[in-house]
Design a binder for this molecule. Structure first.
Ligand SMILES: NC(=O)c1ccc[n+]([C@@H]2O[C@H](COP(=O)([O-])OP(=O)(O)OC[C@H]3O[C@@H](n4cnc5c(N)ncnc54)[C@H](O)[C@@H]3O)[C@@H](O)[C@H]2O)c1
Length: 447
């Protein structure tokens, strides 16, 4: 971080938040590190967060509805290439009793006009992957904080671009990794913090979701996601699997991704699906796909831990994000959510995680579960939106930094490079430029 950014953030209300992040009791070094962290990553408090929303499709629509229920924010501008979506959002916003937002619908770069002309605190994008970085760069260059759906960026170059722009413009650049807020992920994190699994050695995550039907639809993700399967062979969507385990392993906060190896299976699923679902002669049957149906990457961290991350969206299979963290005393594993701690319960037998929720549920989940009920993806989307607004309003560091957005998203490009080179190791850039060594771990956050 440049000296100017450090100075700005120190003067921009950071003093007010030093100490707001809970330090480990009795640990002065940790308290100092937390204060330094707050000084680096917080920004001035915003009483009423004015949001410009870009890309209001399936996922964007869910966020819009969440923000209408969260106190202290207003959506004052909306942008989509489809006017019916800005109209839908305007209806929702007006129905909630707020003034109609200004709508931007003049094509795929109209978000630039929104970023340039609107008086906003935050620009939030839930556009297709290829638009995340252009929208965030424009937002930050025009003095707004930026938040994006996942992954934040698809290339290493773009990962560096968001890091450098956030530093230069002194703005938050947040990747909205909702899976960090799911109850099993948060419970595992809470248990890791209590040391119940001992010293962590290994983790696994993934995005294993049969999207064949969705990829071939003539709307929403079908209009853009299938195209990535035609041009990218690696892991295009690593952050749902990596987010929760990166928090447990203190990635960018005491450890970091060091290098990665990746391999892809053959590509068969979409081709077979097209043959089974479209008549002979249909153009879909002629499409060529390069994305290996099962991509597996292994990441080694600077402290010697290992992480396996998988992607599989072109084959018939039940849903899973794996969500496994393993240490010297036991492990937590997802889908089904279960755990094992040596000396607790029967030897060699899994314990159903749900049966221990009252004992180990993350405090944030206990506090907010009732409000999150009914919101997208089992409530976790509401919790992440709530945390974003709370942190902006109180001038707290966000739950993820731009360095997290870059490191987790970099796995897209790095996996492609490794796959293309017969699984050769590729170095993961240190986007923090060494600060991962002194940045304190993510605390147990609250409502
Ligand atoms: N976190 C999650 O659980 C989760 C779930 C689904 C999707 N997503 C992410 O959300 C994003 C959107 O996915 P989706 O399912 O909502 O897709 P979608 O296709 O339903 O929505 C995308 C929207 O962006 C609009 N759009 C496209 N280009 C635009 C541009 N240049 N300017 C303005 N608007 C533009 C489209 O018209 C559409 O309304 C993706 O990044 C995806 O990975 C995340």
């Amino acid at each position: 971080m440049s000296t100017s950014r450090r100075d700005f953030l120190k003067t921009a209300g950071a003093a007010a938040v030093a100490g707001a992040v809970a330090a480990r009791a009795g640990d002065d070094a940790s308290a100092d590190a937390q204060a330094e962290y707050s000084a680096q990553f917080a920004a001035a408090k915003i009483e009423m967060v004015r949001i410009g929303f870009v890309g209001i499709g399936l996922q964007g629509g869910g966020h819009v509805q969440n923000f209408l229920k969260i106190p202290g924010c207003r959506i004052t501008a909306v942008c989509d290439i489809r006017e019916e979506r800005t109209t839908w959002a305007t209806d929702q916003i007006v129905k909630a009793g707020h003034p109609a937002p200004k709508a931007y619908t003049l094509g795929p770069r109209d978000f630039e006009r929104l970023c340039e002309t609107e008086d906003l605190d935050l620009v939030f994008t839930a556009t297709p992957w290829e638009w995340h970085v252009p929208v965030m760069l424009s937002a930050m260059k025009h003095g707004k904080h930026a938040a994006t759906e996942v992954p934040a960026a698809m290339t290493l170059e773009d990962c560096w671009a968001i890091v450098e722009t956030a530093e230069k413009q002194r703005k938050h650049c947040l990747m909205m990794e909702n899976c960090n807020y799911d109850w099993p992920a948060m419970m595992a994190f809470n248990m890791v913090r209590q040391g119940l699994f001992g010293e962590l050695l290994h983790a696994e995550g993934g995005y294993l979701h049969d999207l064949r039907g969705i990829k071939f639809e003539n709307r929403n993700e079908g209009l853009w996601r299938r195209a990535w399967s035609q041009k990218l062979n690696g892991n295009p969507y690593p952050t749902h699997g990596l987010g929760p385990v990166a928090n447990c392993l203190d990635i960018n906060r005491g450890d970091r991704f060091d290098y990665l190896v990746s391999m892809s299976s053959n590509s068969r699923g979409l081709q077979e699906w097209a043959v089974d679902h479209f008549p002979e002669g249909a153009p879909q049957r002629q499409e060529k796909f390069v994305l290996g149906d099962v991509n597996t990457s292994l990441i080694k961290t600077a402290r010697g831990r290992t992480i396996m991350v998988q992607h599989c969206t072109n084959l018939p299979r039940p849903y899973s994000r794996i969500n496994l963290v393993q240490g010297t005393k036991g492990l937590f594993s997802g889908y089904p959510h279960r755990l094992y701690i040596e000396g607790r319960g029967r030897a060699d037998q899994w314990v159903d995680a749900a049966t221990l929720r009252s004992e180990f549920e993350h405090p944030l989940w206990k506090e907010i579960a009732a409000q999150a009920e009914g919101a997208g993806h089992g409530g976790m989307d509401f919790i992440e939106d709530y945390r974003l607004i709370k942190c902006l309003r109180e001038g707290l560091p966000l739950d993820m930094t731009v360095y997290d957005a870059a490191a987790l998203s970099a796995v897209v490009d790095l996996s492609v490079r490794s796959v293309a080179n017969s699984g050769q190791p590729v170095a993961v850039p240190d986007f923090t430029r060494g600060r991962w060594k002194s940045t304190p771990p993510l605390p147990i956050v609250h409502m």
